[in-house]
Design a protein around this ligand. Structure first.
Ligand code: NAD
Length: 505
């Protein structure tokens, strides 16, 4: 589990590459007292943005997507410098944003159009009912550091499409790429409906106090604080929080595929991914084969920042310390590290890929979010045991099940308490912009994406009811006789009872 330590920030900060210690850039922190002024500017600009309509905004988003495509290398270079990622990992973020934008520009006009709703009962057919999606003026987005590009914009794009202005508060550990993304927004000709507030807790709180909706991505512990703060003004929140995602490998699985999935899903981005494979349960008959395949694949990996490597540095030494503690405590309690097992020598915040076996749920490596390049694997004797252990967690973000029998895997998936389950793959649901991505239990409230919902969630719904005819208008008002009102209610009750009477037979 991660939670940014409380930090006092001077006016300007120097951000260092965690792989090398070299300066990645400087950032000017926002004075929390300035946040109301920034939010007021956004609130003003949002009016014209909403008035452009979905079609007008789609054009602007399309131009921004083109800018992202044209500046991909520049963004990725800064991303690698800011985070110490490998190039193989860094190249995933910009295409993901372009894909999301492409989906929204195709669907936003329809998703945001007023919807006609049918009459709930025959006598209500005299009314024409429409539901309108009106944007919340300022959406505050508070982001973590693990995917500084993707996390900055994957929700912001839906909010901007919806017609909201966005006040983005990147993680204080990775503020640089957000500055470049904002520059691109303005350079591509978009209006000033996207702004940054740079800083830590105090700036976050000011963002919460000055926004009309909060989209928070981060640890569960901070999510609780965000919701408490937002409750003061009854500001709605959507919380995308931590996870401890299980993988279940059944005895009829393609073991080679499952092993490679576990290695990629567990170690991608040095394991610093909310939907990372954090623990694996393997059925006894294929356990040895699976462990052998995982160890073989891990031994092939190259750890290091930039080009030519599989995965890179952790964000800083506090994250290395969490991974190190989980491994040490597991080994002290009887687990075995088949690879890695202790901090890498040399400079940089690196932790070697560590495959742990002989683990159980008395160990934090199986119960707490590690957010590091570790892969604890546990042998189980039955599918029921695997499901019970997968659900034995305060988290419920996502999971994966491997079996050649897809129907059997689906039956297992539907017994797992999580917002998404991938069959014979990992992380794939994150690319399914048409489906919701949200956590159960302490992994969150609400969801991102979900087709039209990915934009509508940033709107308030306004219902407009228009009479289709003037005949009978005001029949329920006080200016009618009391007897007429009684008669009318009798007729309405009779009509409303028709279906229950039929169905109850
Ligand atoms: P974090 O909770 O420490 O910080 C997240 C953001 O909250 C940062 O911008 C931080 O400045 C801000 N913040 C810190 N204290 C705050 C407070 N008291 N009030 C308001 N804002 C505050 O998380 P992190 O370490 O940056 O990110 C890692 C966590 O994020 C992991 O738990 C990971 O699982 C989770 N995560 C979840 C998803 C998802 O989609 N579910 C995606 C990525 C990361």
């Amino acid at each position: 589990m991660t939670a940014t330590p409380e930090v006092d920030l001077p006016d300007t900060g120097t951000i260092r590459n965690p792989a090398t210690g070299a300066v990645a850039g400087k950032v000017r922190w926002t004075d929390p007292a300035d946040v109301p002024r920034i939010a007021a500017g956004l609130r003003e600009a949002q009016k014209e943005w909403e008035a452009r309509g979905a079609k007008g905004r789609a054009k602007v988003l399309a131009r921004y997507a083109v800018w992202l495509g044209e500046h991909r290398e520049e963004i990725e270079e800064l991303l690698i410098n800011e985070t110490g990622k490998s190039a193989a990992d860094a190249v995933q973020e910009v295409p993901m944003l372009i894909g999301i934008t492409s989906y929204y520009i195709k669907t936003m006009e329809k998703a945001l159009a007023p919807e006609t709703r049918p009459a709930p009962l025959a006598y209500m057919a005299v009314k024409k009912i429409t539901v309108h999606y009106r944007p919340r003026p300022v959406v505050g987005i508070i982001a973590p550091w693990n995917f500084p590009v993707a996390n900055a914009l994957m929700d912001a794009l839906g909010a901007l499409a919806a017609g909201c202005a966005v006040l983005l508060k990147p993680s204080e550990r990775t503020p640089l790429t957000a500055e470049l993304l904002l520059r691109g927004w303005l350079d591509s000709g978009a209006p000033e409906v996207l702004a940054l507030a740079q800083g830590a807790r105090e700036v976050s709180e000011a963002v919460i106090d000055n926004s009309d909706f909060i989209q928070f991505t981060g640890s569960s512990a901070t999510g609780v604080k965000v919701m408490e703060r937002a409750a003061r003004r009854l500001t709605p929140v959507s919380l995308e929080l931590g996870g401890k995602d299980p993988m279940i490998v059944l005895e009829d699985a393609d073991i080679e595929l499952a092993a490679n999935a576990a290695v990629w899903g567990g170690l991608f981005n040095a394991g610093q991914m909310c939907v990372s494979v954090e623990r694996v349960y393997v059925l006894e008959p294929v356990y040895d084969q699976f462990v052998e395949a995982v160890v073989k694949a891990v031994k092939e990996l190259k750890m290091g920042a930039g080009e030519g490597n599989h995965f890179g540095a952790m964000i800083d030494d506090t994250q290395v310390a969490v991974a190190d503690r989980h491994v040490r405590e597991a080994v002290a309690a009887g687990a075995k590290a088949l690879t890695g097992g202790e901090r890498a020598d040399g400079p940089g915040s690196f932790y070697p890929p560590t495959v742990l076996v002989d683990v159980d749920h008395s160990m934090p490596c199986m119960t707490e979010e590690t957010f590091g390049p570790t892969l604890p694997i546990m042998k189980v004797s039955s599918v029921e045991e695997a499901i019970r252990l997968a659900n034995d967690s305060p988290y419920g973000l996502s999971a994966s099940v491997f079996s050649r029998d897809v129907e059997r895997a689906k039956a297992v998936a539907l017994q797992i308490d999580a917002g998404a389950v991938n069959i014979n793959d990992v992380v794939a649901n994150l690319m399914c912009t048409t489906a919701p991505m949200g956590g159960w239990k302490s992994s969150g409230i609400g969801a991102r994406f979900g087709g039209a919902d990915g934009m509508r969630k940033f709107c308030r719904q306004e219902t407009i009811v228009v009479p289709r005819t003037n005949v009978g208008a005001g029949g329920n008002y006080y200016n009618n006789s009391l007897n007429a009102l009684k008669r009318m209610n009798k007729v309405m009750t009779k009509l409303a009872l028709a279906r229950p009477r039929r169905t109850a037979k």
